[in-house]
Design a protein around this ligand. Structure first.
Ligand code: 13P
Ligand code: SF4
Length: 299
């Protein structure tokens, strides 16, 4: 399968992008593997005719919005991010009516329709610096309450109103599960994604995006880590650091949608070119600006 994928990629001038949560065998054959911000930048710069995006729908959709003339395919178009939809109808208008000087800051884990109603997108690796750089004092942060709270704690001078969405996978990591791993491996330090609930972040030694966690573990002198994020990151952590140990809370956090990106489906979509991401023109134009603003401010 891997050989066939390689051959098809060459024949069709296709490139494979995979998120760190994709299955290990897909990360292995991907041309670029990274966090959401890195993959959005790569998608924007790509010279390929076809982008195969192994992630969840909002990621493939963002790649298409940034590359309207390219064919963006996904191994499984039903791979969705539950949090991407967690903003109540009408709430953005309500907030805009309430505050004159409001910036709607939209985590990239959101539908394109939500991006259309926003001023700027952010990812977990640039949210703090982008919100800091905005001239607005009043910010409505959608959809993630946990990333929103993490940003607000670091920018106390702004009034950050937080929408009540969350990632069901990170929200399931419970403090007693983390405490049990900490007791078992007392020398390990805790690296967590900001989508975790506050009680997990309070018990953490470092908080960052998937790429930040991977960089931190590589540069650290410590040899044992407890990782509070989706367990797909284990592949890169172990590849980069064969002598270090990585533990996860039990049960391992696992995003079933990310795991829909099976190797067989990558091959099939490259062969048949049938699972194409299509974005309506009006939605594409409306959501391009906040995405481009993110790429500009996050440079
Ligand atoms: P990153 O911003 O670290 O890629 O995280 C994306 C995500 O979906 C986390 O659950
Ligand atoms: Fe969405 Fe959570 Fe899956 Fe990330 S881990 S893609 S936030 S459901």
């Amino acid at each position: 399968m891997k050989n066939q994928i390689e051959q098809l990629k060459k024949e069709k001038n296709a490139v494979i992008l995979a998120h760190y949560y994709a299955p290990a065998e897909v990360q292995e054959i991907a041309d670029y593997v990274g966090d959401s911000f890195y993959l959005a930048k790569i998608a924007k710069q790509s010279k390929a005719d076809i982008i195969v995006f192994c992630g969840v729908y909002f990621m493939g959709e963002s790649a298409k919005i940034l590359n309207p003339d390219k064919k963006v395919l996904m191994p499984d178009l039903t791979a969705d991010c539950a949090m991407a939809h967690m903003v109540a109808d009408g709430i953005i208008d309500e907030m805009r009516n309430k505050y004159d000087d409001l910036a709607v800051v939209c985590y990239i884990n959101s539908t394109a329709e939500l991006k259309c109603q926003s001023d700027v997108c952010v990812t977990s690796s640039n949210a703090v610096e982008i919100v800091k750089a905005l001239p607005n004092k009043n910010i409505f942060f959608i959809p993630d309450r946990n990333l929103g709270r993490f940003v607000a704690e670091q920018i106390p001078e702004k009034n950050i109103i937080i929408n009540d969405g969350y990632c069901p996978i990170h929200a399931k990591i419970a403090a007693d599960q983390l405490t049990a791993v900490k007791e078992k491996y007392p020398r390990a330090i805790v690296l967590s994604h900001p989508e975790c609930e506050p009680e997990i972040l309070k018990l953490s030694d470092y908080i960052g995006s998937t790429a930040d966690i991977i960089t931190y573990a590589k540069q650290s002198d410590v040899n044992e880590f407890i990782i509070c994020t989706e367990d797909g990151v284990n592949y890169k952590l172990v590849t980069d650091n064969p002598d270090k140990k990585f533990y996860f809370p039990n049960p391992h956090p696992c995003c079933a949608d990310m795991k829909l990106n099976a190797l067989e489906s990558v091959l099939s979509v490259l062969l048949n070119e049938d699972k194409e991401v299509i974005v309506d023109d009006a939605v594409r134009i409306g959501s391009l600006l906040p995405l481009e603003r993110m790429l500009e401010l996050g440079k």
